[in-house]
Design a binder for this molecule. Structure first.
Ligand SMILES: [Mg+2]
Length: 93
């Protein structure tokens, strides 16, 4: 799984940004993050459903790609910071 990127259609995401604009699309991303947080909370409380968690994880995964497009974050930049953070985490384990 290491280094493998999920293939998300940038074409579709670009169309959404053009149609809705960066501001609205950014708000959608915030909302999706909140929905995932709520679903994680339900899992902890024991009232969560796997399908719901899966759906919210998918939404946020899509939103992360959306954010990359809107705020000009290339995969390489993101991967660099991810790897730095993973190395730091590993160092603390
Ligand atoms: Mg959602």
């Amino acid at each position: 799984m290491s280094g493998r990127m999920i293939d998300i259609s940038e074409h579709i995401l670009s169309k959404a940004i053009l149609k809705n604009g960066i501001t609205l699309q950014s708000v959608v991303c915030m909302e999706e993050c909140a929905e995932l947080a709520k679903e994680i909370s339900k899992q902890i409380r024991g009232s969560g459903a796997r399908t719901h968690l899966l759906e919210e994880m998918a939404d946020v995964t899509i939103c992360l790609k959306q954010l990359q497009l809107m705020y000009n974050i290339p995969d390489d930049d993101l991967n660099l910071v991810i790897n730095q953070k993973l190395a730091r985490l590993e160092g603390r384990l």
